[in-house]
Design a protein around this ligand. Structure first.
Ligand code: ATP
Ligand code: MG
Length: 331
């Protein structure tokens, strides 16, 4: 089993990233071989400020380590230090079909009304994601619900390449999407996912928010006037309430059913302070460690370089296999 997963170094690391991805990474690193990368090549698909990108890449490394990712256990690196990601992506662009990419809902969401003005990279980035996992022969990819479609695309690309060139080169990766917080929603809109790129800061809890800011954001979270029910079925039509209950369950390692048993009949006046407290308690030690680490550029760079060296060694045979399968002459 080999786990591969990435996160964009776009700043604003939030509770959705933590519960949907990072917390799971931390649990997995003890059980199997893991490669975790900062997706800096993905970050340049939208407007990019070079100084900010370098700063965000180091910051994200610090945030991951502060959250419990251990570079001694997992291979932690940034994509740009492993050129094989971009090389394999080019090869896979020639396998993927335009019709497949046209069906990707994230592109539609992210490009919005500006489809014609979006970069080719933004359109094609699910193919780079396919390269990211296929190059390491990942068997499992822990992701939030929002990435499920892209992982299916990676499987389609792998299947087509293997069939087209009659090879058994690429392993089909399975997604790991489980637990109560696979899709943490915005605090302002129960129909939109919590996202780094949401212009409203009140929509998310950032990992860098202090205790007071976290408490204030949760108090201001959109809800309805009804008390909490005693069963999950009744939350189906109440997306904001469902979101807060799911966050509580994920933070406390409980289930949504148990949370409802505890809070049934109570209103948000009682529930929100309890939720704020467990959010604050979870994030405080992470924030403290993050602040200590983030300005130690030498240490962070050395860790990322070391991780990249290990990643390049694992990537090399698959990349060579792809060149060979295509009849490309290399040395
Ligand atoms: P952007 O809006 O710029 O795409 P993002 O918030 O989606 O940013 P990513 O870096 O794209 O963050 O995703 C990092 C990881 O976090 C991925 O595994 C993704 O599935 C997961 N993730 C992102 N948002 C959520 C969310 N709201 N709930 C659960 N998991 C999430
Ligand atoms: Mg995303």
């Amino acid at each position: 089993m080999r786990v591969v997963s990435g996160i964009q170094p776009t700043g604003n690391l939030h509770l959705g990233n933590y519960l949907g991805a990072i917390k799971k990474w931390v649990a997995m690193q003890d059980q199997m071989e893991c490669l975790f990368f900062l997706a800096d090549l993905h970050a340049i698909t939208v407007n990019n400020d070079p100084a900010e990108l370098s700063a965000n890449t180091r910051e994200m490394a610090a945030a991951l380590i502060a959250s419990g990712v251990d570079p001694e256990k997992a291979i932690l690196f940034n994509q740009a230090r492993v050129p094989g990601h971009a090389e394999l992506a080019w090869i896979l662009f020639c396998t993927a079909r335009i019709g497949w990419l046209n069906r990707m809902t994230q592109f539609k969401e992210k490009s919005g009304k500006n489809r014609e003005g979006a970069s080719v990279g933004l359109f094609a980035y699910p193919v780079l994601q396919a390269a990211d996992v296929l190059i390491y022969g990942a068997t499992h990819v822990p992701v939030g619900e929002d990435q499920k479609q892209h992982l299916e695309l990676a499987r389609d690309i792998a299947t087509k390449f293997n069939a087209d060139f009659d090879v058994d080169l690429f392993t089909l990766p399975d997604p790991i999407i489980e637990g109560p917080a696979t899709r943490v929603m915005s605090l302002r809109d129960g129909a939109a996912k919590m996202s780094k790129s949401d212009p409203s800061d009140l929509s998310r809890v950032n990992l860098t928010d202090d205790d007071d800011v976290i408490t204030k954001k949760i108090k201001k979270a959109k809800t309805d006037p009804e008390p909490l029910p005693d069963n999950m079925a009744e939350l189906e039509t109440r997306p904001e309430a469902l979101n807060l209950v799911s966050i509580f369950a994920a933070l406390t390692g409980s289930t949504t059913d148990k949370v409802l048993t505890q809070f049934a009949g109570q209103g948000f006046g009682a529930f929100k302070p309890a939720l704020a407290e467990c959010t604050v308690e979870t994030l405080r030690p992470i924030r403290t460690r993050f602040i200590e680490l983030k300005n130690d550029h030498d240490q962070l760079d050395a860790l990322l370089q070391k991780g990249a060296e290990k990643a390049r060694a694992i990537a090399a045979p698959t990349l060579q296999g792809a060149y060979d399968a295509l009849g490309l002459l290399t040395d």
